[in-house]
Design a protein around this ligand. Structure first.
Ligand code: ATP
Ligand code: HMH
Length: 267
């Protein structure tokens, strides 16, 4: 680290551990560090690899609750939510965040991890209702990928018009800002994400890289949360995050996007 912590600001990720460090809390904490923030993690699950498959092992509920209790007195400048492995952990998270949000307004970035690249089989679509009714209303920004946006809205997204309709539907679930990540799933030559704040749409576009992009979603959402912790407006935060994740994908290795090497620290 060559840069001092930014005013000793603290930021939390509620996320799983990705044993290969492409995504999950490993990517989140690396992104927080690249932003000069002091990162905390409440671990929801441990993801391991066996027979080329990813396995999600949820943390026991009582231990997860002890983690949350341990953090009751920490003043966070922003919170990021990643992999929630079951409805119980989702509800514990909601309850804790509701209490916290009642005390002071904290930016919350919700990455509704339902489909992730390394493990297409992992499906928590039964948690859809809980995401929508409990977590969306608490979120400052939600960042579903294209598949997650389809699952959450129940609508196919093949065109820009359908992407806009989905963003409106996700906004109507109560999130204050919606970013649908087209990534490498929407267009063959560009990584197009759509941002909607309830009034206006705008696009974030970069050339589509051929590199490994495992963990790009975690890195992107953690970067947005970091920018919000530094009191950036949502529009600026998502633009900075898009530039950051692009560098991370450019520097990817065989396991995933690469946060630390050759990457400029974020402002
Ligand atoms: N190949 C690529 N080239 C450039 N940008 C990309 C590429 N893939 C993803 N992105 C960008 O990275 C960010 C994350 O999007 P992505 O669709 O990969 O998320 P995700 O599926 O949730 O990721 P993960 O599950 O691996 O964490 C978005 O801003 C997206 O546009
Ligand atoms: C634990 C975990 N959460 C999310 C992702 C998605 O990047 C991942 N690879 N691992």
């Amino acid at each position: 680290m060559t840069k001092d912590l930014v005013e000793n600001k603290k930021i939390l990720t509620i996320a799983g551990s990705d044993i290969l460090s492409g995504g999950g809390m490993q990517a989140d904490l690396a992104t927080f560090a690249a932003n000069g923030l002091y990162g905390f993690c409440a671990l929801t699950s441990i993801v391991t690899v066996n027979d080329n498959k990813f396995w999600v092992h949820p943390v026991a509920q009582d231990i997860f609750q002890e983690e949350l209790n341990s953090l009751a007195d920490v003043e966070f400048s922003a919170i990021k939510i990643g992999l929630l492995p079951n409805t119980k952990i989702l509800q514990q998270t909601t309850k804790w965040l509701t209490t916290l949000s009642a005390k002071s307004a904290i930016p919350i970035v919700l990455d509704p991890v339902i489909v992730f690249k390394e493990n297409a089989d992992y499906s928590v679509s039964e948690m859809r209702e809980f995401f929508i009714s409990e977590l969306f209303p608490l979120a400052s920004v939600v960042t579903p990928n294209l598949k997650e946006a389809e699952i959450l809205t129940g609508q196919p997204i093949k065109t820009k018009t359908e992407m806009e309709a989905a963003a409106k539907a996700l906004y109507d679930f109560g999130a204050k800002n919606v970013v649908i990540k087209g990534g490498n799933r929407f267009d063959q030559s560009q990584a197009i994400d759509l941002v909607y704040d309830g009034k206006n749409f705008f696009e974030l576009t970069n050339p589509l890289l051929k590199n490994n992009n495992n963990g790009a979603g975690c890195t992107f959402a953690a970067s947005i949360a970091s920018q919000l912790a530094k009191e950036k407006k949502v529009e600026e935060a998502v633009k900075e995050a898009k530039a950051f994740v692009y560098q991370a994908i450019q520097n990817a290795n065989e396991y995933g996007v690469f946060q630390n090497k050759k990457i400029n620290f974020q402002k």
